[in-house]
Design a protein around this ligand. Structure first.
Ligand code: GAR
Length: 215
């Protein structure tokens, strides 16, 4: 197993990092055989996922975007976004990562960034795309929207990232049934347990295995 080629992978997070943990566990258990997490990058210095990276012995970094001010001009906003993405790129280059996994990464990446890594960035989204996705749909908001619409089935989607928010090619999806009495929190937990933690490692394995055959 150790002899196989592994594609270096950076995992970007913003919070608890349970999806990161699923990736770490899958690498240990052998579900992931063609990728190796070489860096964890958080846009929040207090993200618990950084502790998970530390515990697993994975190099971890913080890349924070300079705070937005009411007085910001369009130029200021562009500069802040540019500097934020430049910092992420530096870490990616310095660690040699070839795949970028967005695992609960809740910051927006511009087309300037995503176009540098075509079909190399994958994202997990907690609904069945094209439902409840795109700008403004993240974290609990996705489950609130699904419950308030009244759908009976939701789920998770792993997809490639392009310039359209949640719009890149779908890699894997899994459905999860909604139950009577679900709250956004209960549903979020069930979607994670039944879909996300299984789907994201499988998707990374699929993408990285394919890449080992291309190089
Ligand atoms: C996960 O449910 C993930 O699908 C979602 O944020 C949560 C992060 O949890 N991502 C999005 O909503 C992206 N649009 P985690 O930090 O415990 O992995």
């Amino acid at each position: 197993m150790g002899e196989e080629k592994r594609i270096k992978t950076a995992v970007l997070i913003s919070g608890g990092g349970t999806n990161l943990q699923a990736l770490i566990d899958a690498q240990k258990s052998g579900v992931i055989r063609h990728a190796e997490i070489c860096a964890v990058i958080s846009n929040k210095a207090d993200a618990y996922g950084l502790v998970r990276a530390e515990n697993a012995g994975i190099p971890h970094f913080v890349a924070e975007k300079e705070k937005a001010e009411d007085t910001d001009t369009a130029d200021d906003r562009e500069r802040k976004q540019h500097e934020f993405e430049e910092r992420i790129e530096e870490i990616i280059e310095s660690t040699g990562a070839k795949i970028i996994v967005l695992a609960g990464f809740l910051a927006i990446l511009s087309e300037n960034f995503t176009s540098k890594y075509p079909e190399r960035i994958i994202n997990i989204h907690p609904s069945l795309i094209p439902s409840f996705c795109g700008k403004g749909y993240y974290g609990l908001k996705v489950h609130e929207a699904a419950l308030s619409y009244g759908v009976k089935v939701t789920g998770a989607t792993v997809h490639f990232v392009n310039e359209v928010p949640d719009g890149g090619r779908i890699i894997l999806q899994k459905a999860v049934y909604i139950k009577d009495g679900d709250t956004p929190e209960i549903l979020q937990k069930r979607v994670m347990e039944e879909a996300e933690w299984e789907l994201l490692p499988r998707a990374l394995e699929l993408v990285s295995e394919k890449m080992t055959k291309e190089i």
